[in-house]
Ligand binder design. Sequence first.
Ligand code: NAD
Length: 363
Amino acid sequence: MRIGVPKEIKVHEYRVGLTPASVAELVAHGHELFVETKAGTGIDCPDSAYEKAGAKILPDAKSVFDATDMIVKVKEPQPQEIALLRPNQILFTYLHLAADKEQALGLMKSKAICIAYETVTARNGTLPLLKPMSEVAGRMSVQVGAHYLEKEQGGRGVLLGGVPGVAPAKVAILGGGVSGVNAAQMATGMRADVTIYDINNDRLAELDMFFSSQIKTAYASRAAIANAVKEAELVIGAVLVPGAAAPKLVTREMLKTMKRGSVLVDIAIDQGGCFETSHATTHADPVYEVDGIIHYCVANMPGAVARTSAFALNNATLPFALKIANLGVEKALESDEHLLNGLNVSDGKIRHQAVAEALDLEY
Ligand code: NAD
C-alpha cells in the first residue's frame, strides 16, 4: 500500500502520524511511504531520518495526499486537508466527530474511508488509542503540580516528597483509571502522601493490591472529597464518565477550605472539568487563581511533551496501521471488530452509531 504522512498544521501541534521507526516497520512489510518535508522536525525527526527509514520526502501536503492510498495523521483534518481527500482514500487519525458537524459533513462529502483513533476498541472494552495520551497526562499532572507548588510560581512553597524530618505533601487523585494510576505512580515515586478516590469499589480493590502500602484508597463520597480537598496540597482531577460531561466533584465552597497556594490539576477538563471553578487553559497561559488556589486546566497536556506523546501514540497505532496496509482496508475491518469500531465515515455516510446520534445524522 502507498501510505502518506503530511505535516500537522494545527497550531502548536508538533506530533507526527508516523515516526521514522514506524515508517521502517511499514517499509519492511513491503509498503511505500511518502512523508511531507519537515513533518517530524517538531519532535527532532528530520527528513534524513525518514529517508533512512525508506520513505520518500515530498514537498507539500497535496503531493502526499495525491500519491497515497492511506493518510496517517494525529489531529483531525483541517478544511484544506479535507479538500485533498479523494473517494475511498483511507484516513487514519483522531477525528472527534461527535462535537464537530462541519468536519463530519466535509468527510462525508469526500467519500474517504475515515477511521478514528478515539473509537477503536480493545477486547476489555477500553480505548487503546486514547490510553497513551491519558498515560502522558496522568504522569505530567504530578510534574506540573510539583512545579506550581513552588513559591516562585505562586504556590504554597511545598516539596512534594518532603525531606527527612518534614512531612511530604498530600496528593489527592480523583479517579483511579488510566490517568489517575499514572499520576499515582509519579507521585509515589516522588514520595508524596497519595490517596486515590474512585466510586468503583472493584477498581479501588485493584489499586490497593497494585500499590500495596504506597497509597491509600477511598470511596469518592462527597464527604470524603470535601475532606481530601481541605487537607491536600495537590488535587488531581482524573475522572471519566464515558460519553458524558465530567461530574463537578469539587465545588467553589470546598475551594474556600483549601490551604492557600495549593494546586488543582484538572486533567478531565477536555470533558468540561471536574472542579466547579475549572475553565480550559492553554500551554501559552496554563494557570489561573481562584480564592488563592492555582488551577492548571490545559486541555491538550500531551502537546507539551510532543516527542514522548508521538512515540507513545505510534506504539499504539502502528499495529492497526500495519493491519490495514497488509490486509487492505476491507479485509482489515472485516477481520477485526475493534478496528471496525474505529470506522466513522465511508461512502459518504456516518458509520458509527454514537457519532451519528450525537450529530443527528443518518447512520
Ligand atoms: P478512565 O476511564 O481510565 O478512568 C476514569 C476513572 O474515573 C474510572 O476509574 C472511574 O471509575 C472514575 N470515576 C468516574 N466517576 C467518578 C466519580 N464521580 N468520582 C470518582 N471517580 C470517578 O479515564 P482516563 O483515561 O484516566 O481519562 C480521564 C480524563 O482525562 C478523561 O476526561 C480524558 O478525556 C482526560 N484526558 C485529558 C487529557 C488532557 O490533556 N487534559 C489527556 C488525556 C486524557
